[in-house]
Design a protein around this ligand. Sequence first.
Ligand code: ATP
Ligand code: MG
Length: 455
Amino acid sequence: MIRKLITRIFSRKASSASRPPALIPVSIHGITRERVSNASRRICESLQDAGFHAFIVGGAVRDLLIGQAPKDYDVATDATPEEVRRLFRRSRIIGRRFRIVHVMQGAETVEVSTFRSRHDEDAPTDEHGRVLCDNIFGSQEEDAARRDFTVNALYYDPATENIVDYHHGVADLKQKTLRVIGEPRVRYREDPVRMLRAVRLAAKLGLVIDPAARRPIRDMADLIENVPGARLFDEMIKLLTSGHALKCLHELRDAGLHTGLLPVLDAILDDPGGARFITLALENTDRRVREGKPVSPGFLFAALLWGQVLRQWERTRAVHPENPDWPPPKPIPALFMAMEQVLDAQAEKLAITRRIAGDIKELWALQPRFESRSGQKPYALLTQPRFKAAYDFLLLRAEAEEIPSELAHWWNDFLDADGPARAEMLLPAQGKKRRRRGGGKKRGASPASDGAAQG
Ligand code: ATP
Ligand code: MG
């Protein structure tokens, strides 16, 4: 009790003995107001005209400083969410844990958040020390101190073009160092996702994680287990679509963060058999991100988990998963059972949203259908809404030598061919007895038709 009181007095003292922040002028950092997005600039102006402080903060300032295009803009202000809401017609308050305001300007949406302070020692935590609520408004200085890394605690004022820097973030960025604000162990315990963020941001920005921040990660990796699945899923998506996914995953392993983090990562990093396919998938994704093309989370997870599906599929085809005494299911039902099992195993850790799980299953389920190359089946496959993604997936499988490249070539040619040439490419229906329908009346089937179902 007394110890707690003393620590509290000391920590108050430490935080009240504040140094003024560095004010870095445009002549040094070079970010003129024209370089920030119109919406973020105008939002800051409106807030300042109404008598509030307002700055562009976080990732956008950091990215501009190293010459990358910011993904999105965040504004921090001393106005409360309600005050912000009142100033902007097209805005809404979102979030329960952190109440922030989304302000829409033209096509842009900017996240406006009120300066928050770091929780005090009485803030509720889970049994491992993860802070459950830190939504207390505070000063700008306190807002800077509760951010994760020094390079993320930079405030840019478009009116003066100054950067307000409380934690030497500009210098760290110059020295290519990712440094945690405060004591890394304490900050990771409060929020274990910061360990993942460290790895992702270091890979994305080409920074080295400061040794003091990197060292504890291996010991503390288990804390990730207490993070809610939905948050972990968001973070995994960010990591996998960062344009540096491959580097991030290797870095996760080097930092000791991968084991037990997600079954998918264990599978990827410890399975040399699947490594080639996953490496290709991630290289492909990284390339697309860097070219500014969209990537679908469904495709990515489908690729990451495909090796597991194949292995599980083999098992379900050999032995019925519900009862070993029953005859094993036919290939396609067996595939569907395997898919469910693989996704269920992930669901324990990772809250894959239902929509994305649907996309993943669709991609997987379409794969065996590429093998049918006679009759109407190839045409039916072409009409599938997810055909393009499934085809890209097939190409990846061929590139990884999981399937013969001949199959991928055939589909490539089939897509290129015109009507008659396509018909010529069809293979003869193989060894299947044509079932007669409608009392044995033979339908006018073409020799190529093997009775495929549409759709
Ligand atoms: P990017 O948008 O490129 O993924 P970012 O740093 O902008 O990176 P956001 O999730 O957009 O990441 O967060 C915006 C800012 O909020 C960060 O720059 C950081 O200052 C702060 N922040 C985000 N997550 C945390 C966290 N877990 N702990 C402390 N501060 C955080
Ligand atoms: Mg951001």
